[in-house]
Design a protein around this ligand. Structure first.
Ligand SMILES: [Ca+2]
Length: 502
């Protein structure tokens, strides 16, 4: 098999030199149609557009969930969220559970090889008693960020844009204001959104400089909050895009991508660094013009239609990955096995759902992924997966609308569209009809009977392999666990306020 030979020779080349560095960029609620390179007319994303033009752009890349926490669990473990127990829904500031510490993250795969590891941004995989579930307990040497969504705390009087534009909406009330953490210490509560990106950019620069000075390979994970509601941005980005608050927030994230690329260049490691970019789930269409855009895809966040889980993605590695476009089926699940293979790290000894993308990255090959399974926000053994993609075909066994995709003119997307079972499943050809507009007529095309049978066989095999982990989210919440910078204060949660310079 030719691709294996080419792949291995490249790998041998990498290993003969230093171990490769990895930068993983992950946006929040960003849609398939939100970026300049994907055709958005008023988004300003010069650095992501540059990465897309000089890297390998994926057209058929999927997250594993239409919401945050489960998607992030899969990204970092290479396993569907059902195995690690990050379902149903998402974690909250006072959640008792979190990503189990015995799950192996990408950081924990790379660390034993001598990698420096750091994360900045949105964790959303648990906080727990005394920070039990923070990134520093899951293989990250350094952490700067907000440990969950930045709307999970009152935001009515907070400033999201300079000079003093208040955050749009009221966010979640009845809990502590959103903290900023450095490693395991709360340094600001509430966080200062205006200066946050500068702090992140500085953190990334320092981390890369320190690692390269020590000739240490590194892994930097940056899941950004920006494009999630309520959007925010600092002085350098406010008012600069034609798209309003969402556009300015996106531009600020894009600027940090530019700063990271500049630092990689200045430290002379650009040609030894794989930069991978994608997003956690589809756009939150209920936010209307302040939400993202799924482009031509149907519905958005909260649904198992394409708009909920198909994401923009780019792999960039100067001089190693040939620029281009791939239509190969891939997923956030595949990032852990890919990084592990490129670093020569052993895979965790657990059932992985990811496969490495080496053939796709280095040979523009078709890759190893045969199927993608779409779990709803609330996966259960009773219903199993809602939809399956095999090759160009997608079969929906169940469909349901979502509050998060409400206000969309398409009535299938909204809150009041109930759970519906389809027998036979709704079948679509995503190559000729990526918008899932035209259901294939299986009765009129007998050759599709075997397609449906093959999809069912894949689904049955997958579900037989699926062992649901105990739900971490059903362990519930305890307000006492929510992060508080002065834990002895009263009355809570209002008294949990503090502020220091970064
Ligand atoms: Ca999200």
């Amino acid at each position: 098999m030719e691709f294996v030979i080419v792949g291995f020779s490249l790998l041998a080349l990498c290993q003969a030199a230093a171990l490769p560095n990895f930068v993983l960029l992950f946006t929040d609620d960003l849609g398939y149609g939100d970026l300049g390179f994907s055709g958005h007319p008023s988004s300003l994303t010069p650095n992501l557009d540059w990465l897309a033009a000089h890297g390998l752009r994926f057209t058929d890349f999927y997250s594993t969930s239409p919401v945050c926490s489960p998607s992030r669990a899969s990204l970092l473990t290479g396993r569907y969220q059902t195995r690690s127990g990050i379902y149903p829904g998402v974690l909250y500031p006072g959640s008792i559970g979190g990503l189990p510490l015995n799950e192996t993250t990408i950081a924990e795969v790379l660390k034993p090889l001598g990698y420096a590891t750091a994360m900045m941004g949105k964790w959303h995989l648990g906080y727990g008693a005394n920070g039990t579930y923070l990134p520093t307990r899951q293989g990250f040497d350094h952490y700067l960020g907000i440990p969950y969504s930045h709307d999970m705390g009152p935001c009515r009087n907070l400033t999201c844009f300079p000079p003093d534009v208040k955050c749009f909406g009221i966010c979640d009330v009845g809990t502590v204001t959103v903290p900023l953490m450095k490693e395991e210490t709360i340094t600001q509560q509430p966080v200062d959104f205006i200066d946050l990106e500068d702090a992140y950019s500085h953190f990334a620069t320092e981390f890369i400089r320190n690692a390269t000075q020590k000739h240490q390979p590194f892994f930097l994970y940056y899941p950004s909050h920006h494009t999630h509601y309520p959007q925010y941005a600092g002085w350098k980005s406010v008012g600069r895009s034609l798209r309003g608050p969402f556009g300015d927030a996106l531009l600020e994230f894009d600027s940090t991508v530019g700063n990271i690329l500049k630092t990689l260049k200045e430290t002379r490691v650009l040609d030894n660094t794989l930069v991978f970019f994608t997003s956690d789930n589809g756009p939150e269409l209920m936010r209307m013009s302040r939400g993202g855009n799924a482009g031509m895809l149907k519905c958005g966040k909260g649904t198992t239609y394409e708009g909920g889980m198909r994401e923009p993605a780019i792999a960039y590695w100067s001089g190693v990955i040939k620029p281009g476009v791939t239509h190969s089926l891939s997923s956030t699940l595949d990032i852990l096995p890919t990084f592990a293979r490129l670093a020569g790290a052993p895979l965790p000894k657990v059932q992985l759902d990811g496969v490495d993308m080496v053939d796709i990255l280095f040979n523009h090959g078709t890759g190893q992924r045969k199927a993608m399974f779409y779990y709803p926000v609330d996966p259960s053994e009773k219903y199993g997966v809602f939809a399956v993609r095999m090759g160009k075909y997608k079969a929906h066994y169940y469909t349901r609308g979502s509050a998060q995709s409400d206000t969309t003119p398409d009535k299938d997307c909204g809150l009041f569209t109930p759970l519906t079972y389809h027998d036979p499943p709704l079948l679509f050809d995503l190559e000729s009809d990526p918008s899932e507009n035209y259901r294939l007529n299986v009765k009129a095309r007998p050759e599709l009977v075997s397609v449906l049978q093959n999809i069912k066989d894949l689904k049955d095999g997958f579900e037989a392999s699926m062992q649901f982990g105990e739900s971490e989210i059903r362990k519930g919440t305890d307000p006492k666990l929510a992060p508080c910078c002065n834990p002895e204060c009263s009355p809570k949660p209002q008294c949990c306020r503090c502020g220091t310079t970064l």
